[in-house]
Design a protein around this ligand. Structure first.
Ligand code: CMC
Length: 425
C-alpha cells in the first residue's frame, strides 16, 4: 500500500497525490492545489496548532490517550524511581543515560558553574520588594545574555555546549535569589560540595548555621519534581524557545522567552492558580458547589485538563504519591484533602468525563511546594528550573536540524481590500 493521500479539489475536479511522511502530509504540498496558475494555493489553517507538527524530535514521547510520557524512550515512572535529576538532564541533552564516570564528570561541570557574576546579583537587588519571582527569573535569564557575549555564536557547537551548561548550572542560583529577594533575606552563595538539588536547598534555606544540611527525603522529593518537569515536547514554552531560537537569538534570551510563556496561568502558572483555587474553596464540603460553578462557566478548574493528555497525566500520579512522602517530613498539607475531594468529584462528573479532563502536573505540585514552605508566587520558578533542560535540548535539536529555518507562520488575511487614502484636510 503506497504511503500517499489522494485529494480531489471539487472546485476544479483535479486530483492530487500527496506523499505521507511518517503518516503525515507536508503542509507545503497543499500549495500545488490551485484553481488557476495565479492562485496562491491551499494552506492548512490551524490556530493554536492543535494538529500541526512543527518539527521532528527524538527527545520526548507522549501518548496522550494512554497517559504515557517517556524521555528518550525511558518511562517517566522508571526515571523518577531510579535516577537523579542531573542524570535525567544528561539523558535529555545527550540521548543516553550517563555511565557512572560520565555522571561524575557531568556533576562536576554543572556544579563548577553555579556562581552568578556579582553584577547579576546587583541587578537582582534592583527589583522592587514585591516583584513577582517569575518576573525576576525571566528578566535575569535575559540579562545573562549581556554577561556572555559569545553566546551569540549559536552556530558554533562548542559555544552552544558551554552556554547550555552555564544556563542549567545557574538556574537554581537565579531561582534561589528570587526567593531570598522576595523574603528580604541575604543571598546565599552556592555550596558545590552538595548535589544539584541539595545546593538549591542550601541557597534557599540556609540561615545562620555554618554548614547547611539538607534533609535527604526533601532533596529526593525535589529531585523527583525536577525529573517530572524536565521536558514535555512541543508545549507553549518550548515552542516559544524554538520560535525565538530559530531567529538565531542567543540561548539566554530564547530561554527568557520560553520562561515568559511558561509564566501564563494556562501553562506553568497554573500551579500557582491551583493553590489560589484551593484557598478559595476553603474546605472539603465546599467542593461540590465549586465544581458546579465551574460547570456554569464561572472559571476553570485549575490543574485540570491538557491539550495532549486525554487520560490521567502520568506526572500527576507520581506527584500524588510523592506528596505523601513529603508530608511524612513536613506534616500533611490540609489542602491535599480538598484536592483529593475535588479530583474524586470531578472524575465522577459527566462534564469532566465527557471532555476527558484529568488532573495535570500542576494539580499536585503546588501542594507539595507549599508544604516545603514556598509561597505560590515561587511555584512557576520551581517549574522553570528543570524545564530549562528541556528548552535547551529542544533548542539544540532545532539548531542542528537541517530542515529548520526561521519560524514564520502564514496568516489568513481578513482585513480590508486595497483602498486609497482619502484626501486629508
Ligand atoms: N476546567 C473546566 N473546563 C475545562 C478545563 C478546566 N480546567 N479545561 C478545559 N475545559 C473545557 C473547555 O471549556 C472546553 O469545553 P467546551 O468543549 O464545552 O467548550 C473543553 O474542556 C475543551 O477544552 P479546551 O479549552 O479546548 O482545551 P485546550 O486544549 O485548548 O486547553 C488547557 C488545555 C490546559 C489550557 C485547559 O485544559 C486549561 O485551561 N486548564 C486549566 C489550566 C491548567 O491547568 N494548565 C496547566 C496545563 S498542564 C501543565 C502545563 O502545560 O504547564
Amino acid at each position: 500500500m503506497p504511503d500517499t493521500l489522494t485529494v480531489t479539489d471539487n472546485r476544479t475536479g483535479k486530483t492530487y497525490t500527496l506523499a505521507l511522511h511518517d503518516g503525515n502530509i507536508r503542509a507545503i504540498d497543499l500549495r500545488q492545489i490551485q484553481t488557476n496558475p495565479d492562485d496562491f494555493g491551499v494552506m492548512s489553517y490551524d490556530p493554536a496548532y492543535t494538529n500541526t507538527a512543527a518539527c521532528r524530535s527524538s527527545i520526548t514521547y507522549i501518548d496522550g490517550d494512554k497517559g504515557i510520557l517517556r524521555y528518550r524512550g525511558y518511562p517517566i515512572e522508571q526515571l523518577a524511581e531510579k535516577c537523579t535529576f542531573p542524570e535525567v538532564a544528561y539523558l535529555i541533552l545527550n540521548g543516553e543515560l550517563p555511565t557512572p564516570d560520565q555522571a561524575q564528570d557531568w556533576n562536576e561541570h554543572l556544579m563548577r558553574r553555579t556562581m552568578l557574576h556579582e553584577n547579576v546579583k546587583k541587578f537582582m537587588e534592583g527589583f522592587h520588594y514585591d516583584a513577582h519571582p517569575m518576573g525576576m527569573f525571566i528578566s535575569t535569564m535575559a540579562a545573562l545574555s549581556t554577561f556572555y557575549n559569545e553566546a551569540k555564536k549559536v552556530l558554533d557547537p562548542e559555544v552552544r555546549k558551554l552556554e547550555v551548561l552555564r544556563a542549567i548550572s545557574k538556574v537554581p542560583t537565579i531561582a534561589a535569589y528570587t526567593y531570598r529577594h522576595s523574603m528580604g533575606l541575604p543571598y546565599v552563595y552556592p555550596d558545590n560540595s552538595l548535589t544539584y538539588t541539595e545546593n538549591f536547598m542550601n541557597m534557599l534555606w540556609k540561615m545562620t548555621e555554618p554548614v547547611y544540611k539538607p534533609n535527604p527525603a526533601i532533596a529526593r522529593a525535589l529531585d523527583i519534581l525536577f525529573i517530572l518537569h524536565a521536558d514535555h515536547e512541543q508545549n507553549c514554552s518550548t515552542s516559544a524557545m524554538r520560535g525565538v531560537g530559530s531567529s538565531q537569538a542567543d540561548p539566554f534570551v530564547a530561554t527568557a522567552a520560553a520562561a515568559a510563556a511558561l509564566y501564563g496561568p494556562l501553562h506553568g502558572g497554573a500551579n500557582e492558580q491551583v493553590l489560589r483555587m484551593l484557598d478559595e474553596i476553603g474546605s472539603k464540603d465546599k467542593v461540590p458547589a465549586y465544581v458546579a460553578a465551574v460547570k456554569n462557566n464561572k472559571g476553570k478548574l485549575m490543574g485540570f485538563g491538557h491539550r495532549i493528555y486525554k487520560n490521567y497525566d502520568p506526572r500527576a500520579r507520581i506527584l500524588k504519591w510523592a506528596a505523601e512522602r513529603v508530608f511524612e517530613v513536613t506534616g500533611r498539607n490540609p489542602k491535599l484533602d480538598i484536592a483529593l475531594e475535588l479530583e474524586r468529584i470531578a472524575l465522577e462528573d459527566d462534564y469532566f468525563v465527557q471532555r476527558k479532563l484529568y488532573p495535570n502536573v500542576d494539580f499536585y505540585s503546588g501542594i507539595i511546594y507549599q508544604a516545603l514552605g514556598f509561597r505560590p508566587e515561587m511555584f512557576t520558578v520551581l517549574f522553570a528550573i528543570p524545564r530549562t533542560v528541556g528548552w535547551l535540548a529542544q533548542w539544540e535539536e532545532m539548531i542542528t536540524d537541517p530542515e529548520q529555518k526561521i519560524a514564520r507562520p502564514r496568516q489568513v488575511y481578513t482585513g480590508k481590500a486595497l483602498r486609497d487614502v482619502p484626501a486629508r484636510p
